[in-house]
Design a protein around this ligand. Structure first.
Ligand SMILES: NC(=O)c1ccc[n+]([C@@H]2O[C@H](COP(=O)([O-])OP(=O)(O)OC[C@H]3O[C@@H](n4cnc5c(N)ncnc54)[C@H](O)[C@@H]3O)[C@@H](O)[C@H]2O)c1
Length: 323
């Protein structure tokens, strides 16, 4: 999905967002629109995508700044067409938000599998949509953000991807989903320093726990029976927007639970000597520095969270300085 933002707080910012027709993406588009954004939004589900555009009418004139496009994020050509259209329409892209995703499709490690039954490879669709889609989206977004600008332009440019709790915690049975979501966190970690230093593009990943959309239909009853916290899609959308807009937030993986955000990267980095040992942490840091792979976002990693140290991670509400 692409969104071009116009007016405060976006100040003539152009934004692309994908996976907008329902759930978290729909909430994100609504909040962008409320904030005065001009948007190009995209999804596979055209009926629901058009419905989003129509539902935005209540926000008045901003509605005419919303364009819907059919995009299959697992197709490179489709992603390329999305960003080309965004540039044609608005001349620039400042924010790119990728919410599209699908959950596990069966077929991997089925009970009773033996050598005779594995002659056909199982589906890789989840990887194609969630992981390849995020790679395609990020690749083209970076190019589009540099269009008609100096590479190091100081404009506020950001990419926001959506991973999951399954991107950093054990998720039994979600074999390809979890692999894809870990991959998205890996993409953010491996590209944050490079994109920031060479293109002045920020990249962040959102890792929601259970969020009340159709995607969790299969486990909703378990959540209710165990009184577990459930995110509202608008809570996740609020944190997505915060990462997309706030020029000081870079290189983050933000876990979202019970409507609050928790910065995983800061806690992991700070507590590394505890779980890896002082010597290993020191040697590792030396090796990373020697390879030149230390993130130039380390400064922001240390300063974004102003709630004080906590090995468990700091509560991050999207408002710096508040719990
Ligand atoms: N709901 C949760 O509990 C939860 C938890 C963790 C992470 N997530 C992630 O959040 C994101 C949004 O999920 P949601 O809960 O809003 O789900 P959802 O199913 O409500 O929305 C997903 C959207 O992605 C679109 N989409 C699917 N395949 C596509 C493709 N190939 N090209 C373009 N669009 C495509 C769908 O049409 C839909 O509009 C996903 O990446 C999901 O993995 C959700």
């Amino acid at each position: 999905m692409l969104a071009i933002a116009h007016g405060l707080p976006f100040n003539d910012v152009a934004d692309v967002s994908l996976g907008c027709a329902q759930g978290i993406g729909r909430g994100t588009v609504r909040q962008l629109c409320q904030a005065g954004a001009r948007l190009v939004i995209a999804d596979l589900n055209d009926a629901k995508g058009q419905d989003v555009v129509e539902s935005l009418e209540k926000f008045g004139q901003e509605q005419r700044h919303v364009t819907y496009m059919h995009v299959d994020v697992s197709s490179y050509d489709s992603v390329l067409a999305l960003f080309k259209s965004a540039l044609d329409l608005h001349g620039r892209v400042d924010m790119a938000i990728h919410c599209a995703g699908i959950t596990e499709i069966g077929g991997w490690f089925a009970p009773g599998t033996d050598i005779a039954s594995v002659t056909t490879p199982p589906t890789t669709k989840v990887l194609e949509v969630n992981l390849f889609g995020s790679l395609y989206f990020t690749h083209v977004a970076v190019a589009a953000m540099g269009h008609n600008r100096a590479a190091q332009s100081s404009d506020n440019k950001s990419i926001t991807l959506v991973s999951s709790i399954a991107g950093f915690k054990e998720s039994p049975g979600l074999f390809t989903y979890s692999a894809s979501k870990h991959g998205i966190v890996g993409l953010m970690r491996s590209s944050r320093a490079y994109l920031h230093s060479t293109r002045n593009v920020r990249i962040n990943v959102i890792c929601p726990w259970a969020t009340d959309t159709q995607m969790i239909g299969g486990v909703r009853d378990i959540w209710t029976q165990n009184s577990l916290p459930m995110n509202d899609p608008d809570d996740v959308a609020r944190i997505i927007l915060q990462c997309a807009v706030d020029a000081t937030i870079h290189g983050k993986a933000v876990y979202v639970a019970d409507g609050k955000g928790f910065d995983i990267e800061e806690g992991l980095d700070r507590s590394e000597p505890d779980w890896l040992g002082e010597k290993q942490a020191r040697d590792l840091a030396k090796g990373q520095a020697a390879l030149g792979t230390v993130s130039d976002s380390d400064t922001s990693l240390a300063c974004i969270i102003s709630n004080g140290p906590s090995v468990q991670g700091s509560a991050w509400t999207g408002n710096k300085g508040s719990q």
